[in-house]
Design a binder for this molecule. Structure first.
Ligand code: MN
Length: 719
């Protein structure tokens, strides 16, 4: 067990003017409040905060960090309060201890592995001081070192959490030595067999490996000496976990993993010499082109810098070599912590500034990153982004934008939850709906059946989803009102003309009238009466027999339009898998014809409706109501399909078109023409065709007509 004097020695080593009294007092206090508590290892509990502080001192962190390390568990595990800490050790230490305590209260289970990334971000966002994370990592490291004393089940849980959450955080912050140690210990517990096998295999040829390491080191060292480059050459085994990762990633057998040994050249502080050394290596051994990485010119987001190369070594094997300066070496080992640690004669604030300057620099140099996604991913975390991470009642992590409210959260869960939301509890306490969510909040939405959204919510919701859902609801309310108003108006107007609106509204004719006014659904037509866009009289007129009108409109069209039988409503030509004798209808939105790929969906009380497989309306239907359908093959039915013909206007054009259609044994069901500026005409025809082949033949024939510029079947319309 490390003693407090060892820690004090370490600190005075790198920071002679340190306020050692603070550390002393923290030690005495921690010993007093933890007194009587015992670790699973049987050691007094105090050994844990001591070890953690020792790790922090190894990272050359400031006095506040080391002090907070000694106190990191006292609020969580003893009668001490945050206020006690503040009074005795000042606000800075108290703030950090409270941050660590908050993180300790987060518990995750293995089912949350898939949200590991959210949890990592949450942890980073919760800690408003990077030292909180550094202490948490040191804490986790010591707990991993003593993992063998835990119960078997707990070992697995903790090891998995370490792999999922903590080693990636260490990696993000560039603290590779912690990352590696965490991974190796976790790996040992999670896959003991694989771990042991790798260790065994590494050991097997140890002597041979060591001779090899010495030989390569020696040759590099000599070459550098000859060129007057003073440096230290290191050769080391990669850790078991990274060897294993390499085996998985590249699906290699152990024998095929060449680079279980990596070499490193650490030289003074001259960057040009790094490149010089790289040149020397490449003149000795042939480099593998793709493997040269210049992280000096383009540092990694976690500020790692070095030159990497892989060369073909003396006996044809691959050798991985890293070249870096002493300063880069230090940062590579301790990452962001290096910027928080003491260097002689420098103040902490300056280092803090440097850290943030580094982040700033990253933002400014964004273009120089080869993989922008990776860059953004990393920096977003370091900048503590505009995102807030909160918990659902069953412990799932959700991300909401800063300023989001319980209403936003409710809509994030489900539209219905949002619509019926009447209140919210944060960490068990009721809050107003305008409450702004904070990182780590555990939130429960209270819903009341039949409750509806309020227009006022639009004043405070932050998310697009909530906003659009609330608007949608308001709009649907308005439509509801217009619909009943429209119905009333039509009913009156029809009665005046001795027509029965409710009978007629179910007629085929009404579907045609609906389409005539450019609507897909009858309800939309009636709602637009309610909105005042169409008068009831306009609709009534379509039902009054005014032969002269129809005739004068286009006298010969009337002759050619055949009466297309609507038989296919009963004899649809479609079979529904597993059901005979079912009412089949066709989607008006996409008008499928034989040959189209189709799907059906079961409507409530109206049988099965057939849509083209790419119809947007189909996409809105839940999959459990979809049903497989297919064309019967030799149906004699015809099907309506809408086409558009763009042409220049000329005399007799319509007659030519009608003749072409008729010649191919098709019929015009409906026709609608729009003249645009400069003689261009867009005509919309609804034709009766037998199948897609028939349709293509008609389209082809129409295309050949003089003045016709474009002919196409209308796509499935967006709603
Ligand atoms: Mn602890």
């Amino acid at each position: 067990m490390i003693r407090i004097n060892d820690i004090i020695d370490k600190i005075s080593d790198y920071y002679p003017d340190a306020d050692l009294d603070l550390i002393d007092r923290a030690y005495i206090y921690s010993a007093r409040v933890h007194d009587g508590q015992v670790r699973l290892s049987g050691e007094p509990y105090l050994s844990h905060p001591l070890e953690v502080s020792g790790i922090l001192a190894d990272m050359r962190l400031d006095v506040v960090s080391v002090t907070a390390g000694l106190l990191h568990d006292v609020v969580e595990d003893t009668h001490a309060t945050e206020n006690d800490i503040k009074e005795m050790f000042g606000p800075e230490v108290a703030h950090i201890v409270s941050g660590v305590t908050k993180l300790s209260k987060l518990t995750f289970d293995s089912s949350q592995a898939r949200q590991a990334e959210s949890i990592r971000k949450m942890i980073l966002a919760m800690a408003d001081d990077i030292r909180v994370i550094l202490i948490k990592l040191a804490d986790r490291l010591h707990n991993m070192r003593t993992l063998s004393f835990q119960k078997p089940k707990k070992k697995i849980v903790i090891a998995q959490e370490t792999i999922d959450i903590y080693s990636p955080i260490a990696s993000r912050l560039g603290i590779f030595w912690i990352k590696k140690e965490l991974e190796d210990i976790a790996f040992r517990y999670l896959q003991p067999d694989v771990y042991n096998k790798i260790i065994e295999m590494v050991d097997q040829d140890k002597l041979e490996h060591e001779n090899y390491i010495d030989m390569v080191k020696d040759r590099i060292q000599r070459a550098m000496d000859e060129n007057n480059i003073r440096c230290e050459v290191q050769g080391r085994y990669k850790n078991a976990y990274s060897i294993h990762q390499k085996m998985i990633k590249q699906s290699l057998a152990f024998e095929d993993v060449y680079d279980i040994i990596a070499f490193r050249i650490v030289l003074g502080n001259s960057i040009p010499q790094c490149y010089e050394a790289l040149g020397i290596i490449h003149s000795m051994w042939k480099p593998i082109g793709k493997k040269i990485k210049d992280y000096i010119a383009v540092p990694k987001p976690n500020m790692y810098q070095a030159l990497h190369t892989t060369v073909v070594g003396p006996s044809g094997e691959r050798i991985e070599i890293q070249i870096r300066t002493e300063e880069m070496d230090k940062i590579a080992k301790s990452g962001i912590a290096a910027h928080w640690s003491y260097k002689e004669g420098k103040q902490v604030d300056e280092k803090a500034n440097k850290t943030y300057a580094w982040i700033q620099n990253l933002v400014e140099n964004q273009e120089s990153f080869t993989d922008p996604k990776e860059f953004i991913e990393n920096v977003r975390i370091d900048l503590f982004p505009d995102e807030v991470y909160v918990f659902t009642p069953n412990g799932e992590v959700k991300t909401v934008p800063k300023g989001a409210t319980p209403v936003d959260f409710a809509y994030l869960i489900h539209t219905e939850v949002g619509n019926q939301c009447t209140g919210a509890k944060i960490n068990g306490r009721m809050v107003p709906l305008q409450y702004q969510l904070k990182v780590g909040d555990s939130i429960e939405i209270i819903t009341t059946k039949g409750h509806t959204p309020s227009k006022d919510w639009l004043n405070f919701v932050k998310t697009v989803k909530a906003r659009s859902r609330i608007r949608q609801w308001i709009k649907s309310q308005e439509k509801e009102r217009s619909l009943s108003l429209g119905r009333e108006m039509c009913d009156k107007a029809f009665r005046k003309h001795r027509l029965n609106f409710s009978t007629l509204s179910k007629s085929e004719k009404m579907l045609e009238v609906t389409a005539h006014f450019g609507f897909k659904f009858f309800d939309d037509l009636i709602a637009s009466v309610g909105y005042g866009k169409i008068t009831p009289l306009q609709i009534v007129r379509r039902f009054e027999p005014k032969e002269e009108d129809e005739q004068t409109q286009d006298s010969f069209i009337g002759k050619i339009i055949g009466r297309v039988k609507k038989k296919h409503i009963n004899k649809s030509g479609v079979t529904v898998k597993g059901i005979d004798d079912v009412l089949v209808r066709f989607g008006k939105c996409c008008q499928p014809v034989p040959g189209d790929s189709i799907s059906g969906y079961i409507t409530r009380g109206y049988g099965v409706t057939i849509h083209r497989s790419n119809c947007v309306n189909l996409l809105k239907i839940t999959p459990d109501r979809q049903i497989e359908v297919e064309w019967e093959g030799h149906s004699k039915e015809t099907y309506p399909v809408k086409i558009m013909i763009r042409s220049n206007d000329r005399r007799g054009l319509l007659a030519d078109i009608a003749a072409a259609i008729s010649k191919l044994d098709s019929n015009i069901i409906d026709l609608n023409t729009k003249t645009r500026e400069s003689m261009a005409v867009e005509s919309y025809f609804t034709l009766a065709v037998k199948n897609t082949e028939h349709l293509f033949a008609v389209l082809n024939a129409l295309n050949k007509i003089k003045s016709v510029q474009e002919v196409k079947r209308l796509d499935v319309k967006m709603p």
